[in-house]
Design a protein. Structure first.
Length: 142
């Protein structure tokens, strides 16, 4: 995504480049400006790949943490298969898709997923591929 934003390929995305690209993709100008401000924490007027990666990593971890808390209905820091399926079946997966996803996350086969297992799965899968690619690789699409 960073490379797509870096129109002149100088490894720096300026505020103007960012705003133009985001607006061309349909984002509201105010929302684009707000997002750029979040990315450019040091207020230099540009974003480097390091800044971009940091932002993505922090926000991905936040999303993973928040999702884990939603899954862990019992608040015991362990997600059971029942909790897991309840959440994902309620969010559009079929029983077969839910079971497939579960088997990819419950690495040690103990019938529970702790935060480390969930975080490691997300880190391995969500940071290297798009959600569509992850779904296809797990047989969850369609």
């Amino acid at each position: 995504m960073f490379q797509a934003l870096d129109n002149d390929k100088n490894r720096i995305v300026t505020r103007d480049e960012f705003l133009a690209d985001m607006q061309n993709d349909g984002m509201d100008a105010t929302a684009a400006a707000t997002l750029f401000k979040e990315l450019d924490e040091t207020r230099t007027g540009h974003v480097t790949l390091a800044k971009f990666d940091h932002y993505v990593a922090v926000h991905t971890l936040s999303i993973v943490r928040d999702t884990f808390h939603k899954l862990d209905v019992s608040h015991d820091r362990q997600v059971t298969k029942k909790e897991f399926l309840h959440y994902f079946l309620g969010n559009g997966l079929s029983q077969k898709q839910g079971n497939t996803l579960w088997s990819h996350m419950d690495i040690n086969g103990n019938g529970k997923i702790n935060f480390v297992e969930y975080r490691d799965w997300a880190k391995e899968n969500l940071t290297v591929a798009s959600l569509d690619e992850v779904a296809v690789s797990l047989g969850l699409s369609g």
